[in-house]
Design a protein around this ligand. Structure first.
Ligand code: XMP
Length: 514
């Protein structure tokens, strides 16, 4: 394993992903972890991430010197670079030499371990206030910028390397190459980590964990739960039962996709609960977004628990495990390490007996989203499931502004299907993050169709581009595609006489309308 020591901000996850792109397995550890504990993980190399602090700020994170003396190759980036410099006796000062954004880097020693084979002038992404003015003893300075004399250094004998910039961001054109040089040449690691290893390893682990007991997995129609279920299915076969709650708020074809394609691809035992009526009854008369969300969440848990209860009562070994599609970013963000937690499944909402406890099976805990898609592909899941764009749990229930009814859902399903079809036909699926299609059910406007006046509802298109859904921009879709979607929706969907485009970024607007 390669450890990425997290000094804050959002850099560590990106670095960990880049290391895996170099086919080397990486894990993130907090900078507060004692060095002895880091070394106990037997890392093949350690990378120190950037961070928001100045090394001289009060309370700034530090590192024990022993990290650099353990014989493990270390690569410091930005804050990690400065920390390496100060810890080993170099000089970092706040001399006003700030650099932000794209900066030309002058490589002075092309034969260096990190820079060999890269141009002597290369653009890099900088983001720092303090700057290193003298490298520690025994280090060779390998690059500089117009304002920073020491922008990279290395001590090949001790296997210690550092760069002032951020090689992990794509604006640093040769960043990935430099990172790979560190991993392969500096640390001597063979690039052989792939998602195939993960699948094999996880199948073995799940078999060992579950033994001859049974497990349950809730399917949402999303990528994560589908891949988790497919992997566990491969490990324990018929000991797994999947539960899919059809709340009637899914898009066109999605329930069938789970019922047919998922089962065909995996052979999993699937229990589909048709709860459309129950959800629509509970939502009747409700327009407030938060209230809708609460109702959908509450009903979902009740139906799911009822299904669990039925499975518990079937003959067979003890049902002791609950499969979840937890991903690595969730694990990192909740400060979690390894191991599995015991949860008590929502007994407060009724349904399950108080004393039932499930152990969690989380086979995707090590993986990033794009890796999960690769695993899904490897497990033979269909493209439509593996490449699916994000879709909210409350489904179309929060894409009808106003009360949710069956008629309105059917109308929105038709409009949404047209938008999806045309976006796919135009080859835009990978360019946009997602495209909510929203029905303004309480708004009517006047139109003319054929010879007659219409008084129908508007449909809103909300195509967005995003990296992580935390922020987003509206997608600049080609006019021809928008025109086609608009014409088809107004022609083919009854009661819709207007299509409008949402051109708001996030912030200030959220991606969904409710
Ligand atoms: P917002 O609207 O907050 O959405 O900008 C951010 C991302 O989250 C999705 N979303 C949800 N996903 N349950 C989910 O599983 C929810 O209740 C939910 N609400 C929003 C949304 O589609 C977008 O990708």
């Amino acid at each position: 394993v390669v450890l990425v020591v997290d000094f804050g901000a959002q850099y560590a996850q990106l670095i960990a992903r880049r290391v895996r792109e170099a086919r080397v397995y990486s894990e993130i550890v907090p900078s507060t972890m004692p060095v002895a504990e880091m070394l106990a993980k037997n890392p093949r190399a350690i990378i120190l991430s950037g961070g928001p602090s100045s090394v001289y700020a009060e309370g700034a994170p530090t590192l024990d010197r022993s990290l650099f003396e353990a014989g493990v190759p270390v690569f410091g980036m930005c804050y990690g670079f400065q920390l390496m410099a100060t810890t080993l006796g170099g000089t970092v000062d706040d001399n006003g030499a700030r650099e932000y954004g794209r900066t030309p880097l002058h490589v002075s020693k092309a034969a260096s371990t990190l820079f060999e084979g890269t141009p002597t002038e290369q653009p890099v992404w900088m983001s720092h206030g303090d700057a290193c003015s003298a490298a520690p003893e025994g280090f060779t300075v390998t690059a500089s910028t117009d304002v920073v004399p020491v922008a990279a250094f290395e001590n090949d004998e001790k296997k210690l390397y550092g760069v002032q910039y951020h090689p992990e961001v794509m604006h640093s054109t040769h960043g990935q190459q430099v990172l790979e040089h560190f991993l392969y040449r500096g640390a001597g690691i063979e690039p052989n980590w792939t998602t195939t290893n993960v699948v094999e390893e996880q199948i073995a682990l799940v078999r060992e964990q579950v033994g001859d007991k049974r497990a349950i997995c809730g399917l949402s129609g999303g990528v994560d739960s589908a891949v988790a279920a497919a992997l566990v299915q491969k490990a324990i076969g018929s000991q797994l039962t999947c539960v899919y709650v059809d709340h009637g708020l899914m898009r066109k074809g999605e329930t069938e996709q789970v019922e047919k394609d998922f089962v065909a691809a995996t052979g999993a035992k699937l229990k589909v609960v048709d709860a459309e009526k129950r959800f629509l009854d509970a939502l009747a008369g409700v327009s407030d977004p938060e209230q809708k969300r609460k109702i959908i969440g509450r009903e979902f848990i009740r139906v799911f628990e009822q299904a669990q209860l039925e499975i518990l009562q079937e003959d067979g070994p003890e049902v002791a495990f609950l499969v979840q599609g937890t991903l690595y970013p969730d694990v990192v963000e909740s400060g979690g390490g390894t191991g599995t937690a015991n949860i008590k499944s929502h007994h407060n909402v009724g349904g399950l007996p108080d004393d039932i406890e499930f152990q969690l099976v989380e086979p995707l805990r090590q993986l990033f989203k794009d890796e999960v898609r690769m695993v899904g592909q490897e497990l033979g899941l269909p493209e439509e499931i593996v490449q699916r764009q994000p879709f909210p749990g409350p489904g179309l229930g929060i894409r009808i502004v106003g009360e949710v009814t069956k008629e309105r859902l059917d109308l929105l399903r038709d409009a949404d299907a047209i938008a999806r079809e045309e976006l796919t036909a135009a080859g835009l699926d990978r360019d946009i993050w997602q495209c909510p299609v929203v029905l303004l059910a309480d708004v009517r406007s006047v139109g003319v169709q054929g010879d007659g006046r219409t008084y129908g509802h508007p449909i809103v298109l909300r195509p967005v581009s995003s990296e992580d859904a935390m922020t987003a921009d509206w997608s600049r879709l080609p006019y021809e595609t928008l025109a086609k979607i608009s014409t088809r929706i107004t022609n083919e969907v009854a009661d819709v006489n207007r299509v409008v485009l949402d051109v708001t970024s996030k912030p200030p607007g959220t991606i969904e309308w409710e």
